[in-house]
Design a protein. Structure first.
Length: 137
């Protein structure tokens, strides 16, 4: 599959309720249509993580990929995503002044407890026909 050249790709945990809610939130605030999505559990998700030397069986983080530019994980990915969102969320980028080790510590606390605190689905979310174009197969 050829990746869209002008889109940023978000890889997320497709069975995590928190992650699915975050994807829905991003879609709602992605007024410039910047992002495309794939679950970490999907074939394309596994391929993209593997190509970047990320073990898809171990990763417990959101991954943002800017094809041909860079990729980001954990809090840095979240802050990079926020830069593109409407509704004042782009101001979250100012938290990037905090040391990554501090930001990722908070991120890891939430990520490590996400199933306990927010629940887990039995399968990846299914997008509606209208949203299907935003998801990579």
């Amino acid at each position: 599959m050829e990746l869209p050249k002008d889109k940023k790709i978000i890889l997320f945990d497709g069975v995590c309720n928190l992650c699915n809610n975050a994807v829905n939130f991003i879609i709602e605030h992605d007024k410039k249509d910047v992002f495309r999505f794939a679950s970490l559990q999907s074939e394309i998700g596994k391929k993209l993580t593997s190509e970047r030397g990320i073990d898809p069986e171990v990763i417990d983080s959101i991954v943002l990929i800017e094809p041909g530019v860079a990729y980001y994980q954990k809090s840095t990915a979240a802050l990079e995503i926020s830069k593109e969102l409407s509704g004042g969320y782009s101001y979250l980028r100012f938290f990037s002044f905090l040391p990554e080790i501090f930001r990722d510590g908070i991120y890891n606390l939430i990520a490590n407890n996400r199933y306990k605190w927010f629940g887990k689905k039995d399968a990846c979310m299914i997008s509606t026909p209208e949203l299907k174009a935003k998801f990579l197969d």
